[in-house]
Design a protein around this ligand. Structure first.
Ligand SMILES: Nc1ncnc2c1ncn2[C@@H]1O[C@H](COP(=O)(O)OP(=O)(O)OP(=O)(O)O)[C@@H](O)[C@H]1O
Ligand SMILES: [Mg+2]
Length: 353
């Protein structure tokens, strides 16, 4: 490995808030040290707490890991160049100030992937906004963010704003909801290679350094699974409780059980406000009165009873929900039965909380 080779790799790392210039062009690469089997890069940040610091650190590391020979140890250090600013690692001592005026922080989780967490999160957010609540949604799925596409905001870029010695990110606003997702900054292929801790830090910035202002509800669309990211999220973000999403399938139920236990274990001990049974039955668009129980009947209901969790509602599989997700117009905006189903769930959730 040579210095100029590494610089070339780092050219891939663009600062999304600075016209997509690379960290090399922006003069942020302070030092590159090459060992026999290791690379240490030092990045210089001029601003105290650049809201994208964690994202850039993670991306720089990922760019080197992607290109360097296998087994190379990669470290990315940071320094603050502005002498006036306190000398500390940017981004890591995030406080809770931005969450001060948020009344209820609720995680939307399940143990299993693909059961419709993001669909339920986005529609629940829109439905709560339609009921008159102030709502925000943070997409915590670093590896597969879906909020930008589901709200058709993928071509937008949240603004960063300086407030005293602190920089904050402004959420996007659409359909009466404030949205934040790492998908607005990261290209999918960059996020994929992130290791656990990098992803965790970037994620925390995407929640704690966002100017949410006053909110009744901040929903957090959790990534699938019950791994490190989840544990770190439920510990570091002051979530009040969770909503669990499940399909009626037995396998899904077994995984959902893990999701439930994640919130109920002793060290976390957060209430579960309810369960949403998604894909509860299939209703063809041309026969709105028919119900086909493709994944079994009432699995979610049984699950809710077994764990003593309120069933917030059942959502059928309907084409319009998938289409709404794909074209960025959530079903909850409509007055069709599927839209109203989300409104009913939102009402119940607000009552329960
Ligand atoms: N009730 C429904 N009717 C029709 N399609 C649905 C329904 N719920 C979800 N889908 C579709 O299923 C797919 C997966 O949903 P979604 O992305 O919300 O799941 P997820 O649990 O967030 O997945 P991941 O684990 O990858 O984050 C999407 O294409 C979505 O549009
Ligand atoms: Mg999802």
């Amino acid at each position: 490995m040579k210095q100029n080779e590494i610089n070339k790799w780092l050219l891939e790392v663009e600062h999304p808030a600075k016209g997509d210039k690379s960290i090399v062009e922006l003069g942020m690469v302070e030092k590159v040290e090459i060992g026999e089997n290791s690379v240490t890069v030092t990045l210089a940040f001029t601003k105290h707490r650049d809201p994208l610091a964690e994202y850039l650190i993670g991306s720089a590391k990922a760019a080197i890991i992607r290109n360097a020979p296998e087994g190379t140890q990669v470290e990315v250090k940071t320094i603050i160049k502005d002498e006036a600013a306190p000398k500390k690692k940017p981004g890591l001592d995030l406080g809770m100030e931005e969450l001060e005026n948020v009344k209820h922080i609720i995680g939307i989780a399940s143990g299993k992937g693909g059961v419709g967490k993001s669909t339920v999160s986005v529609n629940l957010a829109v439905a709560l906004a339609r009921l008159g609540y102030k709502v925000g949604l943070a997409d915590a799925d670093v590896y597969g963010p879906s909020v930008p596409k589901m709200t058709s905001t993928e071509d937008q870029m949240p603004d960063a704003m300086q407030d005293g010695d602190k920089e904050v990110i402004m959420p996007l606003e659409k359909y009466g909801v404030k949205w934040m997702s790492i998908g607005y900054f990261a290209k999918p292929e960059q996020a994929l290679i992130w290791r656990g801790p990098m992803a965790c830090n970037a994620l925390k910035q995407m929640i704690l350094q966002v100017r949410w202002e006053e909110l009744d509800f901040l929903l957090i669309d959790m990534p699938p699974g019950t791994g490190d990211i989840h544990i770190s999220l439920v510990h570091d973000i002051p979530m009040e409780g969770a909503v669990i999403v499940s399909t009626p399938q037995d396998v899904a139920l077994a995984d959902v059980e893990k999701g439930v236990n994640m919130f109920r274990n002793e060290s976390v001990n957060k209430p579960i406000f309810g369960l949403v049974e998604n894909m509860a039955w299939f209703t063809p668009a041309e026969h709105p009165d028919e119900k086909y129980y493709l994944f079994g009947k009432d699995g979610g209901l049984k699950m809710a009873q077994k764990y003593d969790i309120p069933l917030l509602g059942q959502i059928p599989i309907v084409q319009s929900i998938r289409e709404g997700g794909d074209n960025g117009e959530p079903a909850a905006l409509s007055t069709r039965p599927d839209g109203l189903a989300f409104i009913e769930i939102a009402k119940k959730l607000a009552e329960t909380v």
